[in-house]
Each structure stands twice: as structure tokens, then as C-alpha cells.
Design a protein around this ligand. Structure first.
Ligand code: ADP
Length: 160
């Protein structure tokens, strides 16, 4: 069974990578799909995010990385995948995630959203937390892989 793990991943964190690792053990293959959302202003371009995620998941043979625009269910149909993989952190994720799962199943009844509970050490971790710390020069190497630390440092150094 193929699962799609859709998200912004701006940037990918150890929390996301934990979900990918565990998803790769549960499904035949996992496609990490970077959403290109024109209404959001991301730190990294879609191409950069795809490259970053490829680098961090290269040890996982059944994980592929791609990008998409538009509706997640349309992308899932295109890839012949009937499972959407999502991570659940704190209670505040729940409402949004449940709404999204129900909406997606009204768009395509065959789609199932599977939630993996976050590893407890990453339950506070989000891409925005990483960016907030990094822009003030704080340490982020316990939150994201080394290639992301490097890319974020470069980004903020070039900005100043
Ligand atoms: P989106 O903009 O779609 O919420 P994100 O990149 O923020 O994209 O997250 C993608 C998915 O990964 C979501 O299901 C989110 O709940 C989950 N996720 C994000 N951070 C973590 C984490 N630290 N632990 C587990 N799941 C996470």
C-alpha cells in the first residue's frame, strides 16, 4: 500500500522524519509530498525543500519525495495512493487535522487518513519554532538534521 505524507516541510524537522521513519515500516512505500501553496511565503522554495528531504531520507529505500499543487486527493489519485499519512502532536492539531481528514473523504470516499502520534520528545516541535529560534541565532541542531541547520544558517546570514 502506498501512503502520501503531505505537508509544507518548511523546513523538515526531526518530528517529520520520525513520522516518515515509522510510516516507511508500515507501508510498502511513502511519498513525501511537498505542497506548493502560493498563498504561503515559505523560507525555502519547493525545489529546495524536495532536495533537503531527499537528502535526509536517502537511507530509506521505500521513501520517495515529490511536490504537488492543488488538492491533496487529486495528487493521491495521480499516484494511485489511498492513504494520507499525518502526524498528530498536541490537542490543537486535532481539530484542524480532523476537519481536513473529513473534508478529504468527502472529496474522495476511498481516501483514508492515518495518524501517527508524535514521538513525545518532538511533541513541541514545529517548523515555525525552528525558524523562530534560528533567526535569533539560537541552537537548532537538536531539532533538525545537519543539512537543514546549514541551509537555515546560510539563509539568515545572507539576509543580514
Ligand atoms: P502543514 O502545513 O500541512 O501542517 P507541516 O509541514 O507543518 O505541514 O506538517 C506536516 C504534517 O506533519 C502534519 O500532519 C503535522 O501535524 C505533522 N508534524 C509536524 N511536526 C510534527 C512533529 N514534531 N511530530 C509529529 N508530526 C508532526
Amino acid at each position: 500500500m502506498i501512503a502520501i505524507y503531505p505537508g509544507s516541510f518548511d523546513p523538515i524537522t526531526f518530528g517529520h522524519l520520525d513520522i516518515i521513519d515509522r510510516g516507511a515500516k508500515l507501508f510498502d512505500s511513502v511519498i513525501v509530498a511537498v505542497l506548493s501553496n502560493p498563498s504561503k511565503k515559505p523560507l525555502f522554495s519547493v525545489e529546495q525543500r524536495v532536495e533537503q528531504i531527499r537528502y535526509c531520507t536517502s537511507h530509506l529505500a521505500n521513501v520517495k519525495v515529490d511536490s504537488f499543487t492543488g488538492l491533496t486527493v487529486d495528487y493521491a489519485k495521480l499516484r494511485d495512493a489511498k492513504v494520507l499519512l499525518r502526524g498528530l502532536r498536541v490537542l490543537s492539531d486535532f481539530e484542524k487535522e480532523l476537519q481536513m481528514a473529513h473534508t478529504n473523504s468527502t472529496l474522495w470516499t476511498e481516501i483514508e487518513t492515518v495518524f501517527l502520534a508524535t514521538a513525545k520528545e518532538y511533541s513541541f516541535l514545529s517548523s515555525s519554532v525552528v525558524k523562530e529560534i534560528a533567526q535569533f541565532g539560537g541552537a537548532i541542531d537538536h531539532l533538525v538534521p545537519a543539512n537543514i541547520v546549514r541551509d537555515i544558517c546560510n539563509y539568515y546570514q545572507n539576509k543580514t
